[in-house]
Design a protein around this ligand. Structure first.
Ligand SMILES: [Zn+2]
Length: 388
């Protein structure tokens, strides 16, 4: 009896695993044949057909003529997602802004709403009540956007994604928050997933980015905080407690600046947006980050020094992830990178001189196609796959 139940659970687990595997490859391929799916997943064509026929019956995917010629001159068929069928509602919580959006399975953001709200002004429970009210208001106002019953919440910091916990977020000032279970009590019609912000972007890059043909990627975030997300063999590498990639808090300079995590001289105290501003306001108290870079373009002495130091810090971070994970591609992402073309140019021109000689040819450096809403896209895809 016990054995039978175990066997049934194993069989169900395997079926769910294969279903997700097929779905994730259809999402990545955008338009793909059964034969190609079988080749990638190493499942038999019969197993692939069993799963995809079920998808077709449920209206989740459709058959379209392939560009490639089939046997006997008949056009062969490819599988394509029905982009109307699977849509996810996603919440991305940042220090000063929270985003609510609906994303479809092709990675398109159908709608996004920005709430200006300073999270640390609230207690956690009050903030989550606020989130529930805003989400419900959103659903009332957009009844046309039917969504799946799983919601991803994306946050900066260390999260236990399996347990739905936020372990520590220096940016939000949250510690040990059982986010998923709290939200499920407030909105019992949904299941909640919790993911780290950079890892969510890495998922978006893996499915829809220009580097999606590669299987080993690192996304390096340079913005309000510094962090990396690592994809090895087409999967997020999480390490123990999901900490892999949290390089922003590696101490680089023991006599450096105090970090918001409580250590002195973390990597992010040289290159995070807040750290650059802290240094600039030593010159004048009301500098904005835009003025720092325009002063650089105007060749003001202090800005030349400060921006050069930032470029060096980012280059050292690139070398760090190149050596630690040896990816095929390193993708730079984050507010500093997408707001300031001059910074992108400086990094491109100078980073190689900071890379170890034998790692220089190992990877290519690219810039993410996503602005700050890449988080929503990655979170949505995780929820859509988890829905099966
Ligand atoms: Zn730190």
């Amino acid at each position: 009896m016990e054995n039978n139940r175990q066997q049934k659970m194993d069989k169900d687990g395997m079926k769910a695993y294969n279903t997700r595997l097929i779905l994730s490859n259809i999402i990545r391929g955008q338009s793909i044949s059964k034969g190609e799916l079988a080749r990638i997943t190493k499942l038999s064509v019969v197993s692939v057909s069993r799963i995809t026929d079920d998808f077709i019956q449920r209206g989740l995917i459709e058959l379209v003529d392939s560009e490639q010629q089939g046997t006997l001159g008949r056009p062969s068929k490819d599988l394509r997602l029905n982009d109307q069928a699977l849509r996810a509602f996603v919440i991305y919580v940042e220090r000063d802004e929270t985003y609510l959006g609906v994303v479809d399975s092709t990675g398109r953001i159908l709608d996004c709403r920005t709430l200006t709200v300073h999270v640390s002004d609230f207690g956690v429970d009050d903030f989550l009540l606020f989130l529930r009210d805003e989400a419900n208001r959103y659903f009332m106002e957009r009844p046309d956007l039917q969504v799946i019953p799983i919601i991803s919440v994306i946050v900066p910091g260390i999260v236990d994604n399996a347990g739905g916990f936020v372990r520590f977020s220096s940016m939000l000032r949250w510690q040990e928050v059982p986010l998923a279970s709290k939200m499920e009590k407030l909105m019992p019609e949904f299941r909640f997933l919790v993911e780290n912000d950079i890892k969510a972007v890495a998922v978006a890059e893996m499915y829809f980015g220009d580097s999606r043909a590669f299987s080993d990627l690192v996304v390096l975030n340079v913005g309000d905080g510094i962090g990396a997300a690592v994809i090895i063999n087409n999967e997020i590498y999480r390490g123990q407690n999901n900490i892999a990639g949290e390089i922003g808090h590696i101490v680089m300079n023991q006599v450096g600046r105090l970090c918001e995590c409580g250590q002195i001289g973390c990597l992010q105290t040289d290159i995070a947006e807040w750290a650059i501003l802290q240094e600039a306001t030593g010159i004048r108290s009301d500098f904005t980050i835009e003025e720092v870079f325009s002063s650089y373009i105007d060749r003001e002495e202090w800005a030349l020094k400060l921006v050069t130091k930032v470029v060096t810090g980012i280059s050292l971070a690139i070398n760090l992830v190149a050596m630690a994970y040896s990816p095929e591609v390193i993708i730079l992402y984050g507010s500093l990178v997408y707001k300031f073309p001059i910074l992108r140019k400086l990094i491109k021109d100078h980073y190689r001189s900071y890379i170890n000689e034998y790692a220089k040819e190992n990877f290519s450096l690219r810039f993410s196609r996503y602005d700050h809403l890449g988080h929503l896209v990655g979170g949505a895809i995780q929820a859509i796959i988890e829905n099966f």
